[in-house]
Design a protein around this ligand. Structure first.
Ligand code: HEM
Length: 402
């Protein structure tokens, strides 16, 4: 029987066939795991739930299916992700303004430089590397570090903490059940100290930290910081590694992309649709209601499965196919409406620059072993992706020469 709460359900890949069947027969599907929840599986229904934050609350029980003890729930509610209106809108506004497509475009050269540094560090010309840890995970930590104005010396530590927070269900990353909670507290402590030092400084650099500190005291800043660093790191790293795997599994698409790099933006959208980094986010119903014939009671958990909605045949032609030219591509990998990902434009830019650089730098990319997936009911990612990267001779040059 399909158990969407069980992390083991996903270790061989998402249950796409089961999702397709349920979209036809039981599109809002009851699951008994984790105290019981409704799995919302169609594109239209995921949009419906997302567009009604008063009826489907993010704050009431948080955005993950697991029941959190009161201190953990409080911790989560201090994050934008798990706020409801009207507070949510007030906290969100300055962040959105700072992360518009226009605002993040100014980071293009920085991101390109970081991509080249990462490539240079992986210069093993034909040798095997784990693409997840040696390449994909390196970029987002540095980019968010740059955006927030964090000292480069701290990036590695924050990177490790973020992995422990987001991959708490996978024993390869979490030492024990509470590892994620402790990592989150440690990162919050770091953020508090960083904020206190910055607030006392005579002048403020023009970065996201300054924007946040102008609206929030250090303790509030710390919660927002934890979310920005973790959300901005693991999901983007997953996009890069799952995107590379999708290209390697579809050599015709890789050849097409190499031949026409102007396809990178639509290719990135298709990677997002096809290998969405997050399986779901949760809401809690605040009143009795019906959705697609299902009677949802006040207090019920409701999980919006992006992994299913992104393959909804009502919206996408050949939904199980991977087509880097797909357009339009109304995937829901960044959510939709009230809580639409504030980092979406930054993540898109990172991925576009990254894939442009990767393909220009390495003329030959090959799988060097079987990829291993993460054991998680939330993170749709890879634990390891062994690849061989070759053909970079003479390709690396400083970003300023471009
Ligand atoms: C490929 C990369 C990413 C994916 C797939 C992703 C996915 C998502 C999704 C699905 C949501 C909606 C949550 C909901 O409806 O409950 C969200 C919200 C959010 N994301 Fe991302 N994200 C990514 C990158 C980033 C980055 C780079 C940042 C930081 C710069 C970021 C920060 C946030 C924040 C702060 C929210 C909460 C927004 C709100 O509640 O109003 N994300 N993200």
């Amino acid at each position: 029987m399909l158990d969407l709460a069980d992390p083991d359900t996903y270790v061989d890949g998402p249950p796409h066939d089961a999702f397709a069947g349920l979209r036809r027969t039981s599109p809002v599907h009851w699951q008994d795991g984790l105290g019981g929840f409704w799995a919302v599986l169609t594109h239209a229904d995921v949009e419906q739930v997302s567009r009604q934050p008063e009826l489907f609350s993010s704050a009431a029980g948080g955005v993950v299916l697991e029941d959190l003890d009161p201190p953990r729930l409080e911790q989560m509610r201090a994050m934008l992700l798990a706020m409801d209106p009207p507070k949510h809108r007030d906290v969100r506004r300055p962040l959105v303004a700072r992360l518009t497509p226009r605002a993040v475009a100014g980071l293009t050269d920085d991101i390109r430089r970081i991509c080249r540094d990462v490539s240079a560090a992986t210069d093993n010309d034909g040798g095997e590397v784990d693409f997840v840890s040696a390449v994909a995970a390196r970029l987002p930590t540095r980019v968010i570090g740059q955006v927030m104005g964090l000292p480069a010396a701290d990036w590695e530590r924050l990177h490790t903490l973020a992995e422990r927070i987001t991959r708490g269900q996978d024993p390869a990353f979490a030492a024990d059940a509470d590892s994620a909670g402790r990592a989150s507290q440690e990162m919050g402590g770091y953020a508090f100290e960083f904020a206190t030092a910055r607030a006392a400084a005579a002048t403020q650099p023009d970065d996201l930290t300054a924007v946040l500190l102008s609206a929030h005291p250090p303790a509030e800043f710390a919660s927002l910081f934890v979310q920005l660093v973790t959300a901005g790191q693991d999901t983007t790293a997953t996009l890069l590694s799952s995107g590379v795997l999708a290209l390697l599994e579809h050599p015709d698409q890789l050849t097409r992309l190499r031949a026409d790099p102007s396809l990178v933006p639509t290719a990135v959208e298709e990677m997002l649709r096809w290998a969405n980094p997050l399986h779901y986010f949760r809401r809690t119903a605040t009143a009795d209601t019906t959705l697609h014939g299902a009677a949802i009671a006040a207090g019920d958990k409701v999980a919006m499965f992006y992994t299913s909605a992104n393959r909804d045949e009502v919206v996408f032609s050949d939904p199980q196919g991977f087509d880097i030219r797909r357009s339009p591509n109304r995937h829901l990998s960044f959510g939709v409406a009230e809580h639409f990902c504030v980092g979406a434009h930054l993540a898109r830019l990172e991925a576009r620059v990254f894939f442009t650089e990767l393909l220009a730098t390495f003329t030959d990319i090959q799988l060097a072993g079987a990829p291993v997936r993460l054991r998680s009911n939330l993170n749709n990612g890879l634990r390891t992706l062994p690849v061989r990267l070759a053909g970079m001779a003479g390709r690396l040059r400083p970003a300023s020469n471009s």
